[in-house]
Design a protein around this ligand. Structure first.
Ligand code: NAD
Length: 512
């Protein structure tokens, strides 16, 4: 059933979009144009009130093809520039992001439901991502290899060509910047397909890429469309040379299979069920705040959320009681309010999934120590709110202890020994992140080494930075984004052999 339109939010979103898209009409951003889709109508709902505020037509295969056609010459032009010129153009993108930061944050808050204090921070991070990789453009070079023959042998890190990037709804512009910046730094063109639930800020970022001085039009296209139609057409396109996917394991498996059919490599950044381990010797006041930040930031809609709290049995009861009291005090409310720390869930389906998993945990014998429903004061908003929830007395085999909720729901499991904590931390198929809180330095390093996860924090949680590699172990995916490592994801290495001998022989077969 269609929701009634919310006139004020629609007006504000349309006013922002008009600054970037002709007439404010939502369509795919391709080579400086906005292309209207040919598919079914997709609706955008404001998570804070549950009301429709905009709609657009699914892009479909012909718009995907237009983006691919634009990408090829743009990529050739881009790669023919000097590395320093590419860096300058990327600085320009960063400048435009900073210049438009406030409207980008506002648009993200309307469409993703994220608190404005978070979206302001995330937009600033996007600018940093382009600045960081701008600096890498003229530092990405190969090496000379001391081969035993008379050759000069050197490597070149060349772009792969056109990269398809597919992103989810939980941190739309942050994830778009996180992926676009290293891809173009390495000399590639990008065709990005953001989630059909939250495409707006990614479309605006595409416009800013086109507007930046020195950027070839068509180097970065952004598709407004759904996964199984527009996304699948981009993955299967013959010009696609690499697919980078951020999202659920289910969609990731389909996309990796479709990429393989196209003889194209894929990078998967999937979900997690990360363990936040608190030992009795930790600074418990800090661990208490850290445990809240780990799970309740972004209303738990974060791939690295610390959704399992493993706490030493000697402090378990007291720690959970203090945590429950603190959770009830976290400002939860409208995402446009600068004081709000927990906003709504992004969409109705996700809200229902979260509530269903909490109900199932209770049926299985767990105890709700905090939350477990929409907060009383927010019931009449129509928004997709869910209070910060702590579930105690969870069995290690229970679904709530093993499966990703992607919401503000913390499952608590006590442990007795370091070995048991490590075993519990590793008792999921995921391996995205984790943390340990302890003042024992040896234990900190032992646990950091033993937990299977792509990112691990000691006495902290959730710090990530564009300079540091990020990615998953196990079912959390493969390949690395950010840092220098991402540049290897986005390049292919060529080995060049130059004969330097005065009178070389030409041998048949392999030499060297
Ligand atoms: P999702 O997998 O449903 O969708 C992600 C994207 O894939 C969307 O753009 C969607 O349109 C597209 N898609 C879906 N099916 C497709 C198909 N067959 N072909 C091409 N494209 C397709 O995920 P979601 O619900 O948007 O996001 C939540 C999930 O994302 C969670 O599991 C979360 O953990 C994960 N996530 C992971 C990271 C990370 O970096 N590891 C970051 C954020 C979110």
């Amino acid at each position: 059933m269609m929701n009634h339109a919310n006139a004020e939010t629609s007006r504000r979103a349309a006013a922002i979009l008009r600054e970037f898209l002709p007439g404010g009409e939502i369509g795919s951003v391709v080579a400086g144009n906005v292309l209207r889709g040919g598919g079914v109508t997709l609706e955008l709902v404001n998570p804070a009130d549950g009301l429709l505020f905009a709609s657009f037509a699914d892009a479909g295969a012909s718009v995907v093809d237009a983006a691919m056609q634009a990408a090829r010459p743009a990529q050739q032009q881009w790669w023919s520039l000097s590395a320093a010129a590419r860096g300058r153009a990327m600085w320009e993108i960063a400048r435009l992001v900073r210049q438009n930061a406030e409207v980008l944050a506002e648009l993200e808050t309307i469409s993703a439901g994220k608190p404005i204090r978070d979206t302001r921070g995330e937009v600033a991070k996007v600018a940093e991502m382009f600045e960081y990789y701008a600096g890498w453009c003229d530092k990405l070079h190969g090496e000379v290899i001391p081969v035993p023959t008379s050759h000069l042998n050197y490597t070149r890190h060349e772009p792969v060509g056109t990269v398809v990037q597919i992103t989810p709804w939980n941190a739309p512009i942050f994830t778009a910047g996180w992926q676009i910046a290293p891809a173009i730094c390495a000399g590639n063109a990008v065709v990005l397909k953001p989630s059909e639930l939250t495409p707006l800020t990614s479309l605006v970022l595409g416009v800013l890429c086109d507007r930046a001085e020195g950027m070839p039009r068509g180097l970065v296209s952004v598709l407004a469309g759904a996964g199984p139609t527009t996304g699948a057409a981009a993955v299967a396109h013959p010009d696609t040379r690499l697919v980078v996917f951020v999202g659920s394991a289910e969609a990731g498996a389909q996309i990796a299979a479709a990429s393989a059919r196209n003889i194209v490599p894929s990078v998967l950044e999937l979900g997690g069920k990360s363990a936040n381990i608190v030992f009795a010797d930790a600074d418990l006041a800090r661990a208490l705040v850290g445990a809240q930040a780990a799970i309740f930031g972004g209303a738990g809609q974060s791939c690295v959320a610390g959704s399992r709290l493993l706490v030493h049995r000697s402090i378990h009861a007291d720690f959970v009681e203090r945590l429950a009291k603190a959770a009830a005090r976290i400002p939860t409310g409208l995402p446009t309010d600068p004081a709000t720390q927990i906003g709504p869930i992004n969409n109705r389906r996700q809200l229902d999934k979260i509530d269903g998993m909490v109900r199932a945990a209770v049926t299985a014998g767990a105890r709700i120590a905090a939350g477990g429903a929409c907060p009383e004061a927010l019931r009449d908003t129509g928004g997709f709110f869910y209070g910060p929830t702590i579930i105690d007395e969870v069995g290690a085999d229970a679904a709530i202890a093993r499966e990703e909720v992607f919401g503000p729901v913390l499952a608590v499991l006590p442990f007795e020994t370091e070995e048991e904590a490590i075993a519990l931390a590793n008792a999921t198929p995921f391996g995205l992140a984790g943390a340990v809180w302890t003042n024992d330095v040896g234990r900190a390093h032992r646990v950091a080494a033993a937990v299977r996860a792509g990112t691990f924090w000691v006495n902290g949680y959730k710090t990530i930075n564009v300079a540091s590699p990020f990615g998953g172990f196990g079912r959390s995916g493969f390949g690395r984004s950010s840092g220098r490592e991402a540049l290897m994801t986005y390049t292919q290495t060529k080995s060049v052999w130059v004969e330097t001998a005065a009178n070389p022989g030409v041998a048949f077969g392999y030499v060297g």
